[in-house]
Design a protein around this ligand. Structure first.
Ligand SMILES: [Mg+2]
Length: 359
């Protein structure tokens, strides 16, 4: 048995990349995409790489300097991801690791799993106990513009997607009905439609809108009420004939477990960054298995393809292809599905693009 590579240095490169389809939601717009690219140098011929999603460019510099400030916790140690996660947890026990610190720790975790996969010449999913397999993916839209988005929706169907998600809310119910009717009309009866309210309603308004959308055969309603309102989610779930989906704002397995124990939703969709990288994800996948909860992903196409392959209750992969502009090869859709590849996460930075979008 040979020793694992040892961590020599860690850096985060802040970039702001264009989105192929700028995203509008009921709780704010994302005109472009702020990413932190993490590189972990080792004493072997292996560089661990992964990215985190910052939601806003305003925090990218802070994430960059935070990475610089905390990297000494793990430098000089092996790339064993779960042990290094434990080092960070122990170091920041008093502070707690939610927020920007948690994003950096999760990013380092994902880059360590990438390094581990590369050092063994295996895809990350295989280290998690699963072969790469096709995961059904849905195309993820923002608030639709009925006068402009017909062609995009037609292309989605032509590309082979068998489900789409649209954002709703931020306006009156008539607008929701119009957007949903428009979507159903364009994609036809055989493509599933999920809707996402991005935390913008209260319980009674959520139930009212679900009723008004009944005729359009909705597959799930996502974050109808504020993410931290677990009781509200449960109240919607209990009265709704449409399954309730939530989870992208749960922090770490502890947050997920709290929500799952509160029976806040029919489906769950942890974000692989906020849940604590692969190390956090596999714990939540275990809980989901024991509760038979269908588990979908949030953003992070590449990392999620690996994580879902190793998730017994894997449901849908969200195809929100944010990182493609800075990758040599993105993850493509084949027959409506995305399949993980290796070694590691199977991604590499397009250095020219990184230089172009670096801030
Ligand atoms: Mg969402």
């Amino acid at each position: 048995m040979t020793d694992l590579p040892v961590i020599k240095d860690i850096r985060l490169t802040p970039v702001v990349v264009p989105l192929a389809r700028p995203m509008r939601t009921a709780s704010g717009a994302l005109p472009d995409c702020a990413l932190g690219l993490i590189d972990i140098e080792t004493d072997a011929d292996v560089v661990g790489q992964a990215y985190i999603f910052a939601y806003t460019p305003r925090v990218l510099r802070a994430l960059e300097s935070l990475t610089e400030e905390i990297k000494d916790v793990v430098i000089g140690k092996s790339i064993a991801p779960e042990e290094r996660f434990g080092d960070f947890q122990a170091t920041f026990r008093l502070l707690g690791i939610q927020g920007l610190l948690g994003m950096v720790i999760a990013g380092i975790d994902m880059a360590l799993w990438d390094a581990l996969g590369k050092s063994m010449n295996e895809p990350v999913c295989r280290l998690l106990g699963a072969d790469p397999r096709p995961i059904q993916a849905y195309d993820s839209y923002g608030l639709l513009d009925i006068s402009a988005d017909q062609e995009a929706l037609e292309q989605t169907v032509a590309r082979g997607f068998r489900a789409i998600k649209i954002k709703l809310g931020g306006s009156d119910v008539a607008e929701d009905v119009a957007r949903t009717a428009f979507s159903r009309g364009v994609v036809g009866p055989d493509v599933q439609i999920m809707v996402d309210y991005n935390q913008s309603l209260d319980v009674s308004e959520a139930l009212n809108r679900i009723e008004r959308l009944a005729e359009f055969d909705i597959s799930w309603i996502e974050e109808p009420v504020p993410a931290e309102d677990l009781e509200g989610h449960r109240a919607v779930k209990e009265a709704s004939h449409v399954p309730v989906q939530t989870g992208e704002n749960w922090w770490f397995p502890a947050g997920a477990t709290q929500a799952i124990n509160a029976e806040a939703s029919d489906y769950i969709m942890p974000d692989i960054m906020k849940i604590g990288g692969f190390t956090g994800w596999i714990q939540v996948a275990d809980v989901a298995k024991s509760k038979r909860l269908p588990l979908s992903s949030h953003a992070f196409v590449e990392q999620s393809a690996h994580a879902l392959a190793a998730t017994p209750t894997a449901h849908w992969l969200e195809y929100l292809d944010k990182a493609r502009p800075i990758l040599v090869h993105g993850y493509d859709l084949v027959d409506g599905c995305v399949t993980a590849r290796g070694p590691g996460l199977g991604i590499a930075w397009d250095q020219e693009a990184v230089n172009r979008y670096r801030i």
